[in-house]
Design a protein around this ligand. Structure first.
Ligand code: CMX
Length: 141
C-alpha cells in the first residue's frame, strides 16, 4: 500500500523563523515552498543536502488563517509534530483499502496537496493518535 514515508509535518507559528532554525541548526535546505489556500497553510519542504530526490522530507506548516487546521493545532498543542505522510501510487486505491478496514478518511474525495499531489488523511483517532496523510505525488514529466 505505502511506498515510502513521504514527509513528516511540523506545525510552526512563523515559517521564515522555522526555516532559519532548521537551516542553521541542522543544515537542512528548502526544496519547495507554496501557499495552499484550501488547506490554509504557508508551507515549506526541506531535506538534508545529501538526500536523493524522493527521500523523506520535513514539511514546515504555518497557518494562513485562524480557522485553519494548523492554527487550531497550534492553539491546542503548540508547535510540534502534526502529521506523518505516507506516499502511495494510487490515493483512491489506498482510500478504499483503508475504508475496507474500517478507518475513517477525512475527505470523500482526494484534495490538492503539496506540488499538485493528491491527498487525503486518516482520522488520528483511527491511526494510533497520529494524523496520517496519504500522498499520491503528481506525475513528473
Ligand atoms: N495529530 C494527532 N491528533 C490530533 C491532531 C493531530 N494533528 N489534530 C487533532 N487531533 C486530535 C485532537 O486532539 C482530538 O483529540 P481528543 O478528542 O482526545 O481531544 C481529536 O483529534 C479530534 O479533534 P477534533 O477537535 O474533533 O478535530 P480538530 O478540529 O482538532 O481537527 C483534524 C483535527 C485532524 C480533523 C484536522 O486537523 C484536519 O482536518 N486535518 C487535515 C488537514 C490538515 O491537517 N491540513 C494542514 C496540512 C496540509 C498539508 O499537509 O498539505
Amino acid at each position: 500500500l505505502v511506498t515510502a514515508v513521504d514527509h513528516v509535518g511540523i506545525a510552526v507559528p512563523d515559517l521564515e523563523a522555522a526555516i532559519a532554525f532548521h537551516r542553521e541548526t541542522f543544515g537542512l535546505e528548502v526544496t519547495h515552498s507554496e501557499v495552499n489556500e484550501e488547506q490554509g497553510v504557508h508551507e515549506a519542504m526541506l531535506r538534508a543536502p545529501g538526500d536523493a530526490t524522493g527521500a523523506t522530507q520535513l514539511q514546515l506548516l504555518a497557518p494562513l488563517r485562524e480557522d485553519s487546521a494548523i492554527a487550531k493545532f497550534l492553539d491546542r498543542s503548540g508547535p510540534g509534530l502534526q502529521q506523518l505522510a505516507f506516499r502511495v501510487t494510487d490515493v483512491e486505491a489506498a482510500m478504499s483499502a483503508l475504508r475496507a478496514k474500517g478507518l475513517r478518511l477525512l475527505y470523500d474525495e482526494p484534495r490538492r496537496g503539496t506540488a499538485n499531489s493528491r491527498i487525503n488523511f486518516v482520522h488520528p483517532k483511527d491511526a494510533g493518535g497520529v494524523l496520517v496523510e496519504l500522498v499520491e505525488p503528481a506525475e513528473v514529466h
